[in-house]
Design a protein around this ligand. Structure first.
Ligand SMILES: Nc1nc2c(c(=O)[nH]1)N[C@H]1C(S)=C(S)[C@@H](COP(=O)(O)O)O[C@H]1N2
Ligand SMILES: [Mo]
Length: 349
């Protein structure tokens, strides 16, 4: 990876990742959860805030925060990952938030099922998608826009899709979407629209910037490519031992070392995690624990007999669709969904 520009650094200091030692927690403490904000964090006055529900519906709704909180409530642990996680592993890389591997976190989201709200508004015949619009605005690719993303109607009606007002049992923090955000378990982060102000049922496919220009897997600007949707399988390891301050290379004492980490997939269940201590040449199965929900990461552990010398630790996950993380990246223009295995340089002494 070559140098990071001041503009990338500016993004990286606003949008922090989850320090990998926080893989220790089943539920990521809110302040350690990763953050991605395209524009500015809106300062929202809860008393005057309203959520409008409109478009192709039988009757428009305007919901206050107490209205939303009075509705049926569900709490669900969900692992969120940015679609750009792993971006800096691509060469050349897209100039955007320069994630290495830490754009992930798991929170307990509490809110009301979107489905009930849509049913109350009454979905009109011919509806195909639902559009979610945030209060934040910005310019991206020279296009001024509110942050907004749509979902196919059948996805929007899944029972686990939430309008979440709380994270880990507390009202959403400003940076995580106060007062209300969308949570679509299994989908990459860009789908989970924060600072919701409007929901609109659409009778046509939405072609906004965050669909037609961003979040597409493609090799050139000229091809339409494929949209980024569900989270592909990935595993991460808590870096063992102690780090060097600057390089973050690890020092570990020889002997039995418990390696621990997490694995997740939005495509299906995680069925296998393997660990390599020789840079991916040989692999051994790790012990896989159980996840807190269908949409939360799985813990895993591996007993490593660390022998003195230099080692490169790797881990890889396989999910129930049969997809396994690759040893190296496959390139795309936007730098999305690079799930190539993590590599940790360790000196055993
Ligand atoms: N309104 C709005 N919603 C948004 C974004 C944004 O910039 N504006 N960023 C998206 C992206 S790209 C990601 S990865 C997730 C990050 O959620 P978090 O910051 O709560 O971890 O929020 C999504 N929702
Ligand atoms: Mo993201």
């Amino acid at each position: 990876m070559d140098g990071i520009s001041l503009e990338e650094l500016q993004l990286a200091t606003r949008n922090h990742g989850m320090p990998l030692e926080a893989l220790a927690y089943d539920v990521t403490p809110a302040g350690l959860h990763y953050l991605l904000i395209h524009y500015d964090i809106p300062a929202v006055d809860a008393a005057s805030w309203r959520l409008s529900v409109g478009g192709a519906v039988g009757r428009q709704l305007s919901l206050s925060l107490p209205d939303v909180r009075a509705r049926p409530e569900v709490t669900l642990p969900v692992t969120l990952e940015c679609a750009g996680n792993g971006r800096t592993g691509l060469e050349p890389r897209a100039v955007s938030q320069p994630w290495i591997l830490e754009a992930v976190g798991t929170a307990e989201w509490t809110g009301t099922p979107l489905r009930g709200v849509l049913e109350e508004a009454g979905i009109a015949d011919g509806a195909v998608e639902v559009l979610f619009t945030g209060l934040d605005r910005g310019v991206e690719g020279e296009v001024e826009q509110p942050y907004e993303r749509s979902l196919p109607l059948e996805e929007a009606l899944r029972e686990e899709v939430l309008l979440a007002h709380s994270m880990n049992g507390r009202p959403l923090l400003p940076q995580h979407g106060f007062p209300l955000r969308l949570v679509v378990p299994g989908w990459y982060g860009m789908t989970h629209v924060k600072w919701l102000r409007a929901i609109a049922v659409l009778t046509e496919h939405f072609e906004g910037y965050q669909h037609s220009r961003s979040y597409r897997i493609r090799q050139t600007e000229d091809e339409p490519g494929e949209p980024v949707t569900l989270i592909r399988p990935r595993s991460l390891m808590m870096p063992p031992g102690i780090p060097d301050f600057l390089t973050r290379k690890r020092f570990v004492d020889a002997g039995e070392v418990v390696l621990r980490g997490r694995a997740w997939s939005g495509l299906g269940a995680v069925v296998r995690v393997e660990v390599s201590a020789d840079g991916g040449r040989s692999w051994t199965d790790a012990e896989l624990g159980s996840a807190a929900s269908r949409f939360a990461w799985y813990p895993w552990r591996f007993l490593w007999n660390a022998t003195p010398g230099e080692h490169e630790l790797c881990c890889r996950a396989t999910d129930s669709t049969g997809e396994t993380q690759a040893l190296g990246p496959s390139w795309n223009l936007g730098g999305y969904t690079n799930t190539a295995v993590q590599r940790i340089a360790v000196t055993v002494r």
